[in-house]
Design a protein around this ligand. Structure first.
Ligand SMILES: Cc1ncc(COP(=O)(O)O)c(C=O)c1O
Length: 417
């Protein structure tokens, strides 16, 4: 079911003549705005003083040292927390980061506990490329339901007489704790603390995707985003052994085509990743681009861009939520996030958003992400995710108004939902 929905959705997204509220990439306007930044960074990176050989050779396994320094300073500023370059490693984006983490640190036969709902792309890769045993863990308004997760971990824990994996961890938990995709919610501090406690107690790896944290809607000099899960795994705790990784990307902060990301974590875990044969042979996972972005970071260009897009997304989010508040059919609700790119709309139970998608696409030439494709447990069929990243505000407002009209019409014709 989820497989079919995803395939159908991909083909809808490919038909660029039909507007699609599922698209979570930065839109053409945002990407166009990066032209000058990249021109300047490229000119500087390829300047007369540059050692072209070191720029174009394989890079160091962990990634270029200067890039990691610049990135650490940038993250420290924007997280409001100290990040050190020794705890950072370059990747070619979060999806490939996740794949490297899973294949290096766990056996593919290991269980992977995934929030229900979750990022449909990761779910699809885990199931259809890697064929791992995905186990849904329920969520509520405070994020991942850690007591339910505790029961699931206990049930799947290897028996004492079972053969131990030779990999560092017997299971992985995949989570999006801050401005979650698709719900836009953040795990409460209590849930974050409990999740780290469980990771230690059951000795499992937790991969937190911190993809949207820096897209928070606080004032420029105001509060920082909620702390990432990694900060709850304090190195000074007597029980600390290192169970959490923060898997991140420039795809949403800058552009997905750069294919640049990073993993932050303790050396006890990172050394398995950059010590892998893949990296020993191939070096840095994205050397040239990381050097380019290092220059842009040094010149302050990424800070300026981030400031701009945060304001743009904040305005779009407010506009979209205004439309939803005034126009959603009775019984439908939504949560207004304080950051990130998605609004999760919940229609009354029994509403089938896959059927609604077909209706909306045929009659109104508009598509969206039906909740079922975000659910490892085949749930959330009555929900939908609306993305604010792709279209400019005036277009987005028109499309979301259209979605509300289409839903109202669909409801009146399918009165039983
Ligand atoms: C939670 C999450 N992880 C990863 C990605 C993709 O990241 P990348 O483009 O770096 O592979 C997305 C994109 O939607 C996402 O929402």
């Amino acid at each position: 079911m989820e497989e079919e929905t995803t395939a159908a959705l991909m083909s809808l997204e490919e038909d660029s003549t039909v507007p699609c509220l599922a698209n979570g990439s930065p839109g053409p306007e945002t990407l166009q705005g990066l032209t000058e930044l990249l021109r300047t960074a490229t000119a500087r990176t390829l300047g007369d003083q540059t050692d072209i050989i070191s720029l174009l050779d394989y890079g160091p396994e962990r990634g270029d040292a200067e890039f990691r320094e610049q990135l650490a300073a940038f993250l420290s500023r924007h997280y409001g927390d100290t990040v050190t370059s020794d705890n950072l490693m370059v990747t070619c984006g979060a999806m490939l980061g996740l794949r490297l983490i899973l294949t290096t640190l766990c056996d593919l036969s290991c269980p992977v506990f995934v929030e229900d709902p979750t990022f449909w792309g990761a779910l699809s890769m885990l199931r259809h490329d890697l064929h791992v045993n995905v186990i849904p863990a329920p969520c509520d308004d405070d994020g991942l339901d850690t007591e339910a997760l505790d029961r699931l971990l206990t049930a799947h824990r290897p028996k004492p007489d079972e053969e131990r994996t030779k990999k560092p961890f017997w299971a992985m938990v995949y989570t999006i704790p801050v401005f979650n995709n698709p719900t836009g919610r953040c795990h409460s501090a209590a849930r974050c603390r409990r999740l780290v406690e469980l990771a230690r107690q059951h000795d499992v790896l937790v991969v937190a995707e911190d993809v949207y944290n820096l897209l928070h809607f606080g004032e420029e000099d105001g509060p920082h985003p909620p702390p990432r899960l990694l900060t709850y795994d304090h190195p000074w705790d007597p029980e600390h052994r290192g169970h959490v990784l923060s898997n991140c990307t420039f795809s949403k902060l800058l552009a997905p085509g750069l294919r640049l990301g990073w993993v932050e974590g303790p050396d006890s875990i990172l050394r398995h990743l950059h010590g892998s044969e893949l990296l020993k042979v191939g070096g840095s996972l994205n050397h040239y681009t990381s050097r380019l972005i290092s220059t842009a970071l040094k010149l302050g260009l990424i800070d300026q861009h981030l400031k701009r897009v945060r304001m743009v997304y904040k305005r779009r989010m407010e506009a979209v939520c205004r439309v939803l508040r005034n126009n959603l059919p009775r019984g439908a609700t939504f949560f207004e996030p304080q950051g990130g790119l998605f609004v999760w709309v919940v229609f009354p139970p029994g509403c089938d958003t896959e059927k609604m998608l077909k209706w909306t696409s045929d009659r109104h030439r508009l598509t969206f992400l039906p909740g079922i494709s975000t659910s490892p447990g085949g749930r959330h069929g009555h929900c939908t995710r609306v993305s604010i990243s792709f279209y400019p505000e005036h277009v987005l407002v028109d499309l979301v108004s259209k979605l509300c009209r289409a839903a109202t019409e669909f409801f009146s014709l399918h009165a039983s939902v």
